[in-house]
Design a protein around this ligand. Structure first.
Ligand code: NAD
Length: 551
């Protein structure tokens, strides 16, 4: 094979040269094409004369980013770079993840997704729509890469805590897959972002002339289920090795779809299972500070949706594995939603909430629930900003020496409290984690580094592990194993800083170890389709894409 004919994944690529090569983001090296390549590939004269190193290109990107006026501008610039030169994009993102994560994911991706139709430059990902009924296989066939291993699909109905954003949800599928590559080295050509556009009930979007999705209200019921089933059939036929991640579906569909498909195909829901896993890891780390066990904790959730119930279910599994009965475990998890405490007397409870409904008097004040239950931990997954206010935080500090305060709602504008509020109102005693990132906080002469309960600690490693062993299913046990692996990688130094998750700078190492834990489990449970390699960690690391140019 000639140098310019490359095999990427399993897809053999035709002869690429000249301008066509410069416009191909997978193979383009921009100013880093060597003198020899410029002659051989018909690039002479099409590039400025200086041959740059990749380091110099990175410097130019960082310089450009610095000169932008807003994070949204930085996002637009980074997406354009991804469309031009993927290798360089991933080199920048991987090496500067701490700085790039808030740009390519929450909070900036929230704003970018809201404005998708306005900032749109080039399409990325695959749009399947309600109009594609009967021809989804054909549409999937238009995707240029054959060896797809991870599909992230959204129908855009519950984007972060921002609600129904319809087809704009593509920003989230793309963002999540960017994290798969940056955090776990899944090759970009093995990632497929999909938006299932079944319409939107967001009136503002429907009125917006620049909205790019179907201009209709959401398809519901049987018709919706048929569309999703057709997607599953088409995707599993065309890409039989792919893992499907459900992303930001509203809870009326998320729980149902997960239940229906998780034992049939290789599918999971990150909002339910990934969130649960990272949060459980946070609890395990917190108990190293509180010096007691998970059994000694009482968890009060604000919000009883996908995130809350998902976390509750995994906590129950963790507690039962420590010897509690299912009922004892559930009594340690109280839920409070928009209508008040989740109790049996209520007749408005959705199915997923009923498992946690308490035998208790109804309550409509969160503070009263705290006084009654005396939680050691409050977990904000409500999308209701400011609900962990001064009185709530002071009450938690009154009841607990080290109150656990997780304000997980995204983006930052939806967070239940800020890091500054959590530390100030508990006099620096809070064990704090948030969904979106916060800067370090100075309190009483001490610098606290808030932990980010970011699902990116979990799903890339789970996907990598499942890929490494050819898992036929993604199970709840895998998320339990991932949580334990993540918690075990938090150092004493992290905890001294107040950080209950590892530094993001170690994320690729973290993902590799999670992948091993997940693959081990698959091998032990007979769910692996690939032969077990002698050294699993080595095998996993070898699979990871490095963002350097091919010779
Ligand atoms: P969801 O729509 O499934 O559930 C939201 C829940 O919050 C519902 O039970 C609703 O009744 C409740 N709620 C709404 N307003 C409330 C109020 N004022 N007081 C009390 N409860 C209220 O959404 P979800 O998937 O569970 O996500 C919730 C939030 O968690 C979102 O902001 C999302 O971004 C965030 N989240 C964070 C992470 C993370 O940080 N790792 C992961 C997943 C979700």
């Amino acid at each position: 094979m000639k140098k310019h004919e490359r095999t990427i994944g399993e897809s053999h690529v035709d002869f690429y040269r000249g301008v066509k090569l410069l416009h191909d983001p997978v193979r383009n090296k921009g100013t880093a094409f060597t003198e020899e390549e410029r002659d051989e590939l018909g690039l002479r004269g099409l590039l400025p004369p200086k041959v740059c190193t990749q380091d110099e290109q990175v410097m130019r990107v960082l310089d450009n980013l610095q000169r932008k006026f807003s994070d949204l501008d930085r996002y637009v610039y980074l997406v354009a770079l991804q469309d031009r030169n993927e290798t360089l994009f991933y080199r920048v993102v991987t090496e500067h993840l701490q700085a790039m994560m808030p740009l390519i994911y929450t909070p900036t991706v929230g704003k970018a997704t809201q404005l998708y139709g306005h900032i749109f430059r080039r399409p990325r990902g695959l749009f399947l729509t309600a109009n594609d009924k009967g021809r989804m296989g054909e549409v999937l066939g238009n995707w240029p890469h054959r060896d797809v291993r991870i599909i992230v699909i959204t129908d855009g109905e519950r984007i972060l805590g921002l609600g129904d954003l319809g087809a704009n949800g593509m920003g989230i599928s793309v963002g999540k897959l960017t994290l798969y590559t940056a955090c776990a080295g899944i090759h970009p050509t093995q990632c497929l972002p999909i938006t299932l556009d079944v319409g939107t009930n967001n009136r503002q979007l429907l009125k917006d002339p620049l909205y790019l999705g179907l201009s209709q209200r959401r398809v519901r019921g049987e018709e919706y289920d048929e569309l999703f089933a057709e997607f599953v059939d088409a995707a599993t036929t065309r890409f039989p090795k792919a893992i499907i991640q459900l992303e930001d579906f509203a809870n009326l569909n998320a729980f149902r779809l997960l239940e229906k498909y998780k034992d049939r195909i290789c599918l999971f829901d990150d909002d339910i299972q990934g969130t649960a896993s990272v949060t459980l890891a946070g609890f395990y780390s917190a108990q190293r500070i509180t010096k007691n066990s998970l059994k000694d904790q009482r968890f009060l959730f604000l919000g009883a949706g996908e995130a809350g119930i998902g976390i509750g279910q995994l906590v129950v599994s963790a507690l039962t594995s420590e010897g509690l009965t299912d009922q004892e475990a559930r009594q340690r998890c109280w839920f409070f939603d928009s209508k008040g405490l989740v109790v049996k007397q209520r007749d408005d409870l959705a199915e997923h909430k009923k498992l946690f409904a308490l035998d208790h008097q109804p309550m409509t004040s969160f503070q009263d629930a705290i006084k009654s239950f005396k939680p050691t931990a409050i977990i904000g997954v409500s999308g209701a900003p400011g609900s962990f206010n001064k009185p709530v935080l002071e009450l938690m500090a009154e009841i607990n020496e080290r109150p656990i305060i997780f304000a997980l709602s995204n983006p930052t504008s939806k967070c239940e409290c800020t890091a500054v509020e959590a530390y100030n109102y508990t006099k620096g005693r809070a064990i704090f984690a948030s969904g979106s990132p916060f800067d370090p906080v100075d309190f009483g002469g001490r610098a606290f580094v808030p932990g980010q309960g970011n699902n990116a600690y979990i799903f890339p490693g789970v996907g990598l592990g499942a890929m490494a062993c050819g898992a036929s299913r993604i199970t709840d046990e895998m998320f339990f194993a991932a949580a334990k692996s993540l918690a075990s990688q938090v150092t004493d130094h992290d905890l001294e800083l107040g950080r209950i998750f590892p530094s993001l700078s170690k994320i690729r190492e973290v993902s590799a170890k999670i992948a091993v834990a997940v693959a081990e489990l698959a091998y032990d449970h007979g769910l692996a389709r690939e032969k077990r390699p002698e050294n699993l960690l080595e095998h996993v690391k070898q699979m990871m894409f490095e963002p350097v140019y091919e010779e």
